[in-house]
Write a new protein. Structure first.
Length: 221
């Protein structure tokens, strides 16, 4: 039996897209660059804030300016990360089911660590105590560092865990960490895109997760 479930945050547990877009556009305005649409930001997210900024800025923007924009983004987002963010329908009920079945639950994200911890405290602390984000000394996903840190905090090894995420980065992260991956279809990437990037298990709605997790845990898939 598996013992732990590691969740991605943005696009998996939380709808965060509009707050990310607002922070990105605030930063672009501050640096007198054209704003981006919400759909553009949806396609840009997944590899951390600095990568989001690099994808959104005017081509040829220097690393020095991008570093300044990162600080601007982080300062704005730390204050506004919960303005429009919400839990996806059905997620709290599913976390309750998994928690009562005895699974340990954790979060790993390429969002800055302070925001990850704040959002977890706000929304999921009843079920999740381990929440790891991007910080110095820990490589962002798809490197396995955040997953390994979460597993260590939970006292669980990779062979006893399952990963749940919504993106190609999550599929790669799970593979690099030695975990099976369940890809959710209510997030920021569609099924065809995920299949192209190696996804195997799919949940169309949060309540699907229990059966898929149990089947993987019992070796039935």
């Amino acid at each position: 039996m598996k013992k732990a479930i590691i969740f991605d945050l943005d696009g998996t547990l939380l709808y965060t897209l509009e707050d990310l877009a607002d922070a990105m556009n605030y930063t672009l305005r501050e640096f007198e660059m054209p704003e981006r649409t919400v759909d553009e930001v949806r396609r840009f997210v997944g590899n951390g804030i600095k990568k989001l900024i690099k994808r959104a800025v005017v081509p040829g923007t220097s690393e020095e300016v991008i570093d300044k924009m990162f600080d601007c983004f982080k300062a704005y987002y730390d204050v506004h990360c919960m303005d429009k963010t919400r839990v996806y329908d059905g997620i709290m009920e599913e976390l309750d089911v998994l928690y009562k079945k005895g699974y340990k639950l954790g979060i790993v994200s390429n969002k800055v660590d302070s925001a990850v911890k704040e959002l977890n405290e706000q929304f999921f602390s009843e079920y999740i105590t381990t929440a790891i984000g991007e910080k110095k000394g820990v490589r962002r996903k798809p490197a396995p560092d955040t997953v390994n840190t979460a597993l260590a905090e939970l006292g669980i090894t990779a062979k006893d865990a399952i990963y749940v995420g919504d993106s190609d980065v999550d599929v790669e992260t799970a593979a690099n960490s030695g975990l099976p991956c369940i890809s959710v279809l209510w997030g920021f990437r569609d099924k065809g895109f995920l299949i192209e990037h190696g996804a195997v298990f799919f949940a169309e709605k949060p309540s699907d997760l229990t059966e898929i997790i149990d089947n993987i845990s019992n070796g039935e898939v």
